[in-house]
Ligand binder design. Structure first.
Ligand code: FES
Length: 200
């Protein structure tokens, strides 16, 4: 028998066992579960980075080169409609010295880094690296901004930090049937609300 008690940051073994008890006498999570930063880090690592998350709507980037910057789990990212028409979610951190190559929103055919002018195509491929000519072992074609796993589901751009995650759409076929009458795919954003959320 395993007598080892599970532990989590911010929660005592007693609190954990109460939460994990049979439903009829289980307790809700204690308040620290919603505020402890170590527990949040663990949730990000074990759950959120392995889960699909909607980060935008495809209609927010209607034209080739349209982009929207955002940050997810402290990673500077951008949602981009490529010149090939595909919607991607990729890093916006320059591969040279980690400067941000884009901020805010806009439209570009190339993302040029403000520091030393390395330039990336809309799929993240490095296409120009001035001053690197002749650098031994360096080839632009081997450098590409990391792309996250992404899918478009009913217009929502879904991302997952886990390359091995199961595809999203097959997991939500039940919801697809429920929501089909709402024609989510045709909906457009008319208003955006922002919330400060200083909790886990
Ligand atoms: S940091 Fe981007 S080109 Fe140098």
């Amino acid at each position: 028998m395993n007598t080892h008690s599970p532990t989590l940051p911010g929660l005592s073994a007693e609190e954990l066992s109460r939460v994990a008890g049979p439903l009829k006498d289980a307790w809700t999570l204690p308040p620290t579960a919603y505020t402890d930063s170590d527990l949040y880090d663990l949730e990000v690592e074990r759950i959120m980075r392995k889960s699909w998350l909607p980060v935008g709507r495809a209609e927010q980037v209607p034209n080739p080169g349209d982009y929207i910057c955002f940050t997810l789990y402290d990673q500077p990212l951008m949602l981009v409609r490529g010149t090939d028409g595909a919607v991607r979610v990729m890093s916006r951190v320059c591969l040279h010295r980690a400067a941000p190559i884009a901020e805010g929103t806009g439209n570009r055919k190339l993302f040029s880094c403000p520091y030393h002018a390395w330039s990336y195509a809309t799929d993240g491929q490095l296409v120009r690296a001035p001053l690197m000519e002749g650098a031994e072992g360096f080839e632009e074609k081997n450098c590409k901004l990391p792309n996250l796993r992404s899918e478009i589901w009913d217009g929502f751009v879904m991302v997952n930090c886990d390359d091995d995650a199961e595809p999203f759409a097959p997991q939500v076929t039940t919801y697809q049937k429920t929501f089909s009458n709402y024609k989510l795919d045709d909906m457009v954003i008319i208003k955006t609300l922002e919330f400060d959320s200083p909790w886990n």
